[in-house]
Ligand binder design. Structure first.
Ligand SMILES: Cc1cc2nc3c(=O)[nH]c(=O)nc-3n(C[C@H](O)[C@H](O)[C@H](O)COP(=O)(O)O)c2cc1C
Length: 315
């Protein structure tokens, strides 16, 4: 069966530099979701969100902006903004698990308030022609919370509901709850995308066997840890290309160069690259040692030395 792969957004990671470098070197992703836009009291889009969405900064074929809010006016404001940049779809984040967000009844903290969800969707659909898609967890405290939102969601022409098969309270701990996910599939007319813990081709195959009706798969952390993942899932192979490490090294340098040219001060660049290496290091058999080497580098020169040492046995 044909299927599509979606890059699930990670704030501060899957920004335009990452998306462009991934698409340039590896491919395999059909649609990229941008990390969420969040307004801060004022109806104003922060410059870093703007940069991330400007068409001239993005080379990927399909990019979908995302918003995190519980307010109909804010939602509409962001709709108008993304439409002004030429986007016709806005993804709504009802998945973020962090207490700072959920306590304010946003992200996964909004799932148990179907009436508020209705108000936002009503305004968006009455006052704009934006295509809305959703990204949700299955609840905050309980994986059945999402079921009470379905009668509301079913009233609107939602493009799809991406479901991260966890609840908010779990944060990223514990496993995905596949039984509750299956229950969601049986309870809505909308198209569901699967999300959660696809970190290898084998994981993907297992999920595909379990959920044969799913045609769209969202991959987040697994794609940062192994940027070959989408390409290899598409090629249905577990065999890495011969030039695996050479490509990985080039990809890493493209990211580094992008951030070095944009961030002021070496410490910002090092912090950014270290956060990437926390994921990249998983691709290496001695991941702990690899990450330690990067963390120890306190200057740009030391960072490059560490990177070269890591790759020296492979390329
Ligand atoms: C550091 C971090 C940042 C994230 N930022 C976002 C975000 O901006 N928007 C969103 O919808 N999900 C965000 N997520 C959730 C991921 O998109 C994804 O749903 C989650 O990691 C589960 O998928 P995975 O197991 O494939 O990573 C974030 C996750 C992490 C770990």
């Amino acid at each position: 069966m044909s299927f599509k792969l979606i890059s699930s957004p990670l704030q501060s990671f899957t920004e335009f530099r990452f998306r462009n470098a991934l698409d340039n070197h590896f491919g395999g992703i059909d649609t990229y979701y941008a990390p969420y836009i969040r307004l801060n009291v004022k109806m104003e889009i922060k410059a870093n969100y703007e940069r991330d969405l400007f068409p001239e900064n993005n080379i990927v074929q399909e990019l979908v902006p995302q918003v995190m809010t519980n307010d109909p006016d804010e939602f509409l404001f962001v709709v108008k903004y993304v439409q002004s940049l030429g986007y016709n779809e806005l993804n709504w984040n009802l998945g973020c698990p962090y207490p700072m967000v959920t306590k304010r009844c946003m992200g996964s903290g909004l799932i148990n308030d179907p009436q508020r969800i209705d108000e936002v969707l009503k305004k968006a659909h009455e006052e704009s022609d934006i295509v809305v898609s959703m990204k949700m967890r299955m609840g905050y405290e309980n994986p059945t919370e999402i079921l009470d939102t379905f009668p509301i969601l079913d009233k609107y022409p939602i493009k799809n509901i991406g479901i991260h098969a966890r609840i908010g309270q779990q944060l990223y701990k514990g496993g995905v709850d596949l039984e509750s996910f299956q229950n969601c599939l049986d309870k809505t007319k909308h198209t569901i995308y699967y999300n959660g813990d696809i970190c290898s081709v084998a994981d993907f195959r297992r999920m595909q066997d379990l959920f044969p009706s799913i045609e769209n798969w969202m991959i987040g952390r697994g794609l940062i840890a192994d940027p070959f993942l989408a390409q290899m899932i598409k090629a249905d192979t577990e065999v890495f290309p011969d030039n695996r490490w050479k490509l990985f090294r080039k990809f890493q340098y493209e990211l580094f160069d992008g951030y070095a040219g944009a961030l002021s001060g070496k410490s910002h660049v090092l912090t950014k690259m270290t956060s990437f290496w926390e994921y990249f290091s998983v691709s290496f058999s001695d991941s702990h040692k690899v990450f330690k080497k990067i963390k120890k580098a306190k200057s740009i020169e030391a960072y490059h030395e560490a990177v070269e040492e890591i790759f020296k046995d492979f390329v």
